[in-house]
Design a protein around this ligand. Structure first.
Ligand code: NIG
Ligand code: FE
Length: 434
């Protein structure tokens, strides 16, 4: 029998989320083992089961007694804009006095303000500004996050952002999945000639990302390519041009769709086989139905309407009725949703999308892993999977969703290593170790 390096025993509830992504009304099947245990060897899980059995079989040096505490997979946050420079606190005040997000953007603020700051910021400084956010995410139980470029909107800065993402992923322990979002906004120098920027994206930026990928990402898969399909950003036609070019180059796809207006972006994402369609607040009925029949994951971002003090959220019931794989993400970004905590995302999803805690947990673990196409490696506690898990300070999983504003995560284990214990960081960067 295999030797374990670490055994977690006596969990009041061990949520395995076994069985793969959860579609439609199957959402919320946690596969709970009471008095559960997990045996870990190296960076992977070797066995999951009853504490009595596993304690007999494995006698590792390190045992964590999780009595009275819930153990579950680390959260996967499948939509973030983690890398940026500066902040937009002044804009928040403008919004409070009545200006809308898209009005501020049209006036040169919003995404463009962050682009202005990011273009002037070095690679080292971009990483330095992102690290405290990564630590906060990890401390709140996120063990993997998707992360986008999109504050460069010119080849050089977009590539710098991609490098920052991959170098931070190397540092760990938070694992990052990269997305190229050169189509986040029209850069100011292309005002009045928006289609020329689309041409630049298709003919220069995407081929350049592909050509340089070996030196940026090593032997990792190509990043996702994403487009903000919205009035005031990229039209449906422009989005199609960009995503079709990306697809032809072999990139996997994502989309920002239906945040403010339903332009048909979700239907396009389904047609092109995108990994996910994200936001989905004002999605036309036929697009909800098409997505429900597809493998494109619906990613809801409840922090965004909350952050903008809006009242419309992703209509989860309609997506679930259509059979969709529904996931949750933070949308962490400096404009609409500076929130590092997936626990807070769950609390909003329960209240405004009417999910149960169990549904929200599945949407933030195994389904979120599917949104970044890593469901074979992360998102559930099963033998052969990466040992990414969290231990809560409470005995009942329903405290997730129910409580908000604090942090219920006590211990975080990433790739079999204890990264946070008793709320304290215990990891050292892989880079500083070598
Ligand atoms: O997903 N909607 C577009 N992009 C981000 C916001 C980025 C920003 O405002 O800086 C989003 O909400
Ligand atoms: Fe976003």
């Amino acid at each position: 029998m295999a030797q374990a390096d670490l055994l977690i025993t006596n969990a009041s509830q061990l949520l395995t989320l076994a069985g793969g992504p959860q579609r439609g009304d199957q959402l919320g099947s946690l596969s709970v083992i009471e008095e559960g245990a997990v045996a870990i060897a190296g960076s992977g899980i070797i066995e999951v089961g009853a504490s009595g059995d596993l304690s007999q079989r494995y006698k590792p040096e390190r045992i964590i007694d999780a009595s009275g505490r819930v153990v579950l997979p680390g959260f996967v946050d499948p939509h973030t804009h983690l890398i940026w420079a500066g902040d937009r606190a002044a804009e928040f005040e403008m919004r409070l006095s009545g200006m809308s997000y898209m009005q501020i953007m049209a006036a040169g603020g919003g995404i463009r303000a962050t682009v202005h700051a990011t273009r002037k910021t070095s690679l080292e400084d971009l990483k330095a500004q992102a690290r405290p956010r990564m630590r906060m995410m990890l401390a709140h139980g996120t063990t993997t996050a998707e992360t986008k470029t999109g504050y460069g909107l010119q080849t050089e800065t977009e590539l710098r952002m991609l490098r920052a993402i991959m170098q931070l992923d190397d540092e760990g322990p938070l694992e990052l999945a990269p997305t190229f979002l050169g189509a986040h906004a029209i850069p100011p120098e292309y005002d009045g000639k928006e289609d020329d920027y689309v041409t630049l994206l298709c003919d220069e930026m995407l081929p350049e990302v592909k050509m340089q990928w070996k030196s940026i990402g090593g032997d990792r898969d190509l990043p996702f390519v994403d487009v903000f399909c919205e009035e005031g950003a990229f039209s449906l036609e422009q989005t199609r041009r960009i995503l079709e070019s990306a697809l032809a180059l072999g990139f996997p796809l994502k989309i920002h769709a239906d945040e403010f207006k339903g332009l048909g972006g979700t239907g396009l994402a389904v047609e092109l086989g995108a990994a996910s369609a994200d936001h989905l607040v004002h999605t036309p009925k036929q697009d909800i139905l098409a997505l429900g029949r597809s493998n494109t994951v619906a990613v809801a971002l409840p922090c965004t309407p909350f952050g903008l003090a809006e009242t419309s959220y992703t209509p989860a019931a309609a997506f679930l009725e259509a059979g969709a794989v529904l996931a949750l993400a933070s949308d962490l970004n400096p404009g609409t949703a500076w929130c590092e905590s997936m626990q807070f995302v769950l609390a909003l999803a329960c209240r405004y999308m009417h999910l149960t805690p169990a549904q929200a947990i599945a949407a933030a673990t195994i389904n979120a892993a599917a949104a970044i196409r890593r469901e074979d490696r992360i998102g559930s506690l099963e033998p052969g999977k990466q040992a990414d898990l969290i231990i809560l300070s409470v005995a009942d999983y329903r405290h997730l969703g129910y409580r908000f504003g604090g942090n219920l995560v006590d211990t975080v284990i990433k790739r079999g290593e204890i990264a946070i214990e008793g709320g304290q960081e215990t990891w050292t960067s892989r880079r500083s170790k070598s």
